[in-house]
Design a protein. Sequence first.
Lengths: 357, 304
Amino acid sequence: MTTKTLLASAALALGLATGATAQDTTTVGFVYVGPIGDGGWTYEHNKARLAVEEHFGDAVETVFVESVPEGPDAERVMTQMALQGADLIFTTSFGYMDATINVAAQFPDVKFEHATGYKRADNVSTYSARFYEGRAVQGHIAGQMTESNIIGYIASYPIPEVIRGINAAYLHAQEVNPDVEFRIIWAYTWFDPAKEAEAANVLIEQGADVILQHTDSTAPQAAAQAAGNVVTFGQASDMAEFAPFPRVSSIIDDWAPYYIARTQAVIDGTWESMDTWDGIGPGMVGIGEITDAVPADIKASAEDLIERLRTGEYHAFTGPINRQDGSVWLADGEIADDGTLAGMNFYVEGITAEIPQ
Amino acid sequence: MDLSSINPVLLLASLMVAATPIMLAAIGELVVERAGVLNLGVEGMMITGAVCGFVVAVGTNSPWIGFAGAALGGALISLIFGFLTQFLLSNQVATGLALTLFGLGLSALMGQGYIGIKAPAFPDWYIPVLGDIPVIGPIIFQHDPMVYVGLALVAAVWGFLRYSRAGLILRAVGENHEAAHALGYHVVRVRMLAIMFGGACAGLGGAYLSLVRVPQWTEGMTAGAGWIALAIVVFASWRPGRLLLGAYLFGGVTVLQLNLQAAGAAIAVEYLSMAPYLATIAVLVIMRAGRAPGSLGQSFHASR
């Protein structure tokens, strides 16, 4: 045994020891990809963490590390958390997937919850929200609000979740406005306000009068506000400070009920590895208030769409839908299965851009 | 692909804006390094400037006072670095890195109550006559004043280093601090002033992001701009002219690649995304002729 493994096992023993003394409190760890003050994605996860603290009071202690890069650093942070006695660790970004699986293998007694991923293990659950339902609503409004028929889309990384969002938005924009065109910029970052502002400005310069964003800061909102006549939607968080215009609605992630339920499961000893994917119906995806900047008839039809998504009467990916190359994906009335959605790596027919491979 | 949707005038105009924060931070660091000090804390000083500028601008409702506050904030935090490295002779690399971490944390703390607040407007200058020239007018003469402040700073630093006696002393301190000391120059004082200038410039660069470019406060909003500024100083061989070129090249290719993406250019996005870095490094390496200041990164104490 090398010194390193000796040290590691000593540290592990120490971690377990402290875990044992603090038997009655459950420690829940959170790993964030951005700062808790980003006003978007991480902000909402942290809000849910605070909700967990409030719900359980002294019975649960939470710890978090913010702005953790996706990569080896994430593994280090998770290991540290597990060593310090965390019982349950939420890793809240797609890019933490492999790191979560690796660390979980070393700590079989610690439960892990990975957001938006697809790899599971006995002590690793995955959870995500059906953001695409919210994207469908955005597309529905955006398609009718645009006058230039050009909609700008600031995308982050070419992963299924983002591609799904683009497809859902496009399908529903095109449904109400057949002439609509999507201009997509891949920012290759979740959070870089300067770059997001630049991307928004470029899209506006190229004629976009609606900007959809799948990055986490409010910078595109500010850019749209400066431009004056550009519509935006809040991403991950309500971003209500930009309402009623340019922000006319938003997708709000509400993780609190899920985090509370999973923490309770750990306390009760009923925690099991599972995959959760909830949408508007169970409340994991919320749609922020549609402001009066949206004409009443558009607002009414959007609210009708939200209602049909909520009750499950309508699925955001209902055929007929063709793939970008023209081949049939879904026949008339056919509904997309979760497996295809989870691994979506193609655009639907009508989008002219290409997905970076 | 629809390249006609890219407006070259708007592209060149946004190039100047995109380059300004990096240029401001880099010109300050250039002076610091020419004085023989390697301050890796640019990112930390930038973000501190960003939050100081934002807080002051919101408080006074004046972007100009905000920029002054940002320069002051950047200079103050750089004083910590100066004190540690110049008087306590700590390792410059380690101290600079610590300054970055400290700045990121401090700014997050200072900015607590300022998330989601809007900055006071900082309108563009429409310079009469010059701004009306077709094509060139909108590209060069219709920006916010800080773009010109940045250019003026680069020109001033160039003139200062090349023609002034003080600039000669600063360079002497950077090239060989023992010789400069033997000639009777106060090495530590010169370096402290250079460090403060560097901090102030980085602060201005950060505030340009929080007051003009974005414009709002978000934690960690510099997102690595300080590191780009550091790299540009090195690749520009510590010369102000090349630094200007490097910053504009980087800003220009950044904006161009976003434009090409939005226009649906048939180039893989990965290549477009790495283009700003590749282009800047390639051009500056090809032109490279300079060498680092002789005493760069070394601690100085008069007793040795």
